[in-house]
Ligand binder design. Structure first.
Ligand SMILES: [Zn+2]
Length: 187
């Protein structure tokens, strides 16, 4: 079961993090203080010192990542300054590139020397999404939602954050439309 304190969609880490800034339905802040941030890192299996400094740095990175997610969801290019913030975090990672066999093909994968720190792992997750031409950042149009998610479907057809959260609403609209058609033809 996911931690009930935080809304986790199973999205890439950086989007889960960005989504903590505006939690539906009220759009409230899920990480109001260092203790809440520490609990969130535990919920997503990251480790953080959990002090005021780590919290400040986390919120600063989240603001940059939110700007990237916003831009991509609207079909704009991400600001160079925001990308630079991601690159700065990636620069702290120590490790090596390795060839690995995935699905019958050779892929280049980065292997860290040590478990990445919280913000490094988050930045790495953003970098992987940005570098993946088959992944599109979208923002859920559900009423009072607006959560970001990554559309990785083959035909880029995913439109909502999750069926259980916002699928109901969509289903109702479609059913109403379907029900309306016979009435119109009867007249
Ligand atoms: Zn939604």
């Amino acid at each position: 079961m996911p931690d009930p304190e935080f809304l986790l969609l199973g999205e890439p880490l950086w989007l889960e993090f960005v989504n903590t800034a505006h939690q539906p339905p009220t759009g409230g802040e899920a990480l109001p203080d260092p203790a809440a941030y520490l609990r969130w890192t535990k919920a997503v299996q990251l480790s953080s010192p959990g002090d005021a400094e780590a919290y400040r740095a986390a919120l600063a990175l989240r603001e940059r990542l939110a700007a990237i997610a916003d831009a991509l969801a609207e079909g704009r290019a991400a600001a160079p300054s925001a990308i630079e913030a991601v690159n700065r975090r990636l620069g702290l990672l120590e490790g090596r590139e390795q060839l690995v066999r995935i699905g019958g093909r050779w892929r280049l994968r980065f292997h860290p020397e040590r478990p990445p720190a919280d913000l490094e792992a988050i930045a790495l997750s953003a970098a992987q999404a940005l570098a993946n031409p088959l992944a599109t950042v979208r923002r859920c149009p559900g009423p009072e939602c607006g959560l970001f998610f990554l559309d990785e479907t083959d035909n880029q057809s995913r439109r909502i954050c999750s069926r259980t959260r916002c699928g109901q609403q969509r289903g109702r609209v479609e059913r109403r439309r379907a029900n309306r058609t016979p009435v119109v033809t009867d007249e």
